[in-house]
Design a protein around this ligand. Structure first.
Ligand code: PLP
Length: 385
């Protein structure tokens, strides 16, 4: 059986052009970028070309790009880097309850270290309110961290508005751009953020490479201590092949915006052909590749498994911890009940998806929903204990 991939927000395949560059770099460009000999200089050139490509894609200068091991490290470097460097006391950080665990758990750790954290809620549309950020600001605030687009719902956050107020209040603003950077056009200068995380495996580069944009003038404490790599912001021999792949992926011109019509085709068909379905999150303010749909009376996990058996990979936002399926923290933060959150499924599209695949997925969803409701009538009527 053929399998089709509709889970690009979890990770995306490596693009063919990137793969060629990557294997070539691993085989040929093996010098240490800090070495002064021919091999080292070749590695250094590859690294700096990549840095320029990433900077060009994001609308910043190459000196503002720090390569990391991915989105999680970029988020941690931003959150800990700013908070630990700050001299205000008591230190205060503002973030939201819909952030990725890479930010949530970094902020929770700061809280354990004595930093005060304000956790902002999201509205029912899945968006943090800029006004709430403004209200939460206080003299000790050193950092605001709010994501660009949510990984589960795709909902875009009011980043430019928050950036403007952060600048006015002289507070550093970190934005987790992992679901946007490298996919959609972004100009960080115009956006006005101080720090911005991207991750290669979301846009055609491999896992284990990412970058943090650090606006010129923003002071940052390093997480890793060692050599003077990345201008003292991230020690460790540089991942030249990974960085090269990130740069190559950043230069690809696949039009992620073009996915909107495919996403809409899928979503419209599911909403009209499967009774008891609703979109989670504001349908007008989303990235173009994501659709998060609630199937009344159907376990999201059961739907993911049923679709996998039919050859379609999707995901539910739920996390499996200690054997129990926990409802998505994002959907709960938007005001869904645990039951509603557990009955939600995320479809996230990418460059390889076609109309034929989307139509096949629609058929599979319609059949799976009907089947799951037939075998679980108690769940459908809401009478489950
Ligand atoms: N932030 C967001 C919004 C994400 O979606 C992810 C990955 O799913 C991350 C951070 C973590 O990135 P990485 O997997 O590169 O560590």
């Amino acid at each position: 059986m053929q399998h089709f991939y509709f889970d690009h927000n979890a990770t995306s395949p490596v693009a063919q052009e990137v793969l060629r560059d990557l294997t070539d770099a691993m085989a040929e460009v093996y010098g240490n970028a800090s070495s002064i000999h021919h091999f080292g200089q070749a590695a250094k050139r590859r690294l700096e070309d990549a840095r320029r490509a990433v900077a060009a894609r994001l609308g910043c200068t190459d000196r503002e790009i720090v390569f990391t091991s991915g989105g999680t490290e970029a988020d941690n470097l931003a959150v800990f880097g700013v908070a630990r460097r700050a001299s205000r006391s008591p230190r205060h950080v503002i973030t939201s309850t819909i952030e990725h665990p890479a930010v949530l758990n970094a902020c929770a750790q700061l809280e354990r270290e004595g930093v005060e954290v304000t956790w902002l809620p999201a509205g029912s549309g899945g968006m943090v309110r800029a006004e709430d950020v403004r209200r939460a600001l206080r003299p000790g605030t050193v950092l605001i961290s709010v994501m660009h687009a949510n990984n589960e719902t795709g909902v875009l956050q009011p980043v430019a508005e928050i950036a403007a107020m952060a600048r006015q209040a002289n507070v550093a603003f970190h934005c987790d751009g992992v679901q946007v950077g490298g996919r959609l056009p972004v100009n960080l200068r115009e956006l006005g953020v101080d720090l911005y995380s991207v991750s290669g495996h979301k846009f055609g580069a491999p896992k284990g490479i990412g970058a943090l944009y650090v606006r010129k003038g923003v002071a940052l404490a390093a997480l890793l201590h060692g050599g003077h790599h990345e201008r003292d912001r991230r020690a460790g021999t540089e991942n030249v092949a990974g960085a090269g792949a990130l740069g190559r992926a950043a230069s690809l011109d696949f039009d992620w915006n073009a996915l909107a019509s495919l996403r809409d085709r899928l979503e419209r068909a599911i909403l009209s052909q499967v009774p008891g379905t609703r979109v989670n999150g504001d349908p007008d303010l989303r990235v173009p590749n994501t659709s998060n749909i609630r199937f009344e009376g159907v376990e999201g996990e059961a739907m993911v498994i049923a679709l996998d058996l039919r050859g379609y990979a999707v995901s539910s936002g739920s996390a499996c911890s200690s054997g129990a399926v926990e409802p998505s923290h994002v959907l709960l933060a938007m005001g869904l009940t645990p039951e509603e959150a557990r009955s939600s499924v995320r479809f996230s599209l990418g460059p390889g998806n076609t109309v034929e695949q989307a139509d096949g997925l629609i058929e599979a969803v319609v059949a799976s929903a009907a089947h799951l409701r037939r075998i679980s009538p108690a769940v459908l009527s809401g009478s489950r204990a």
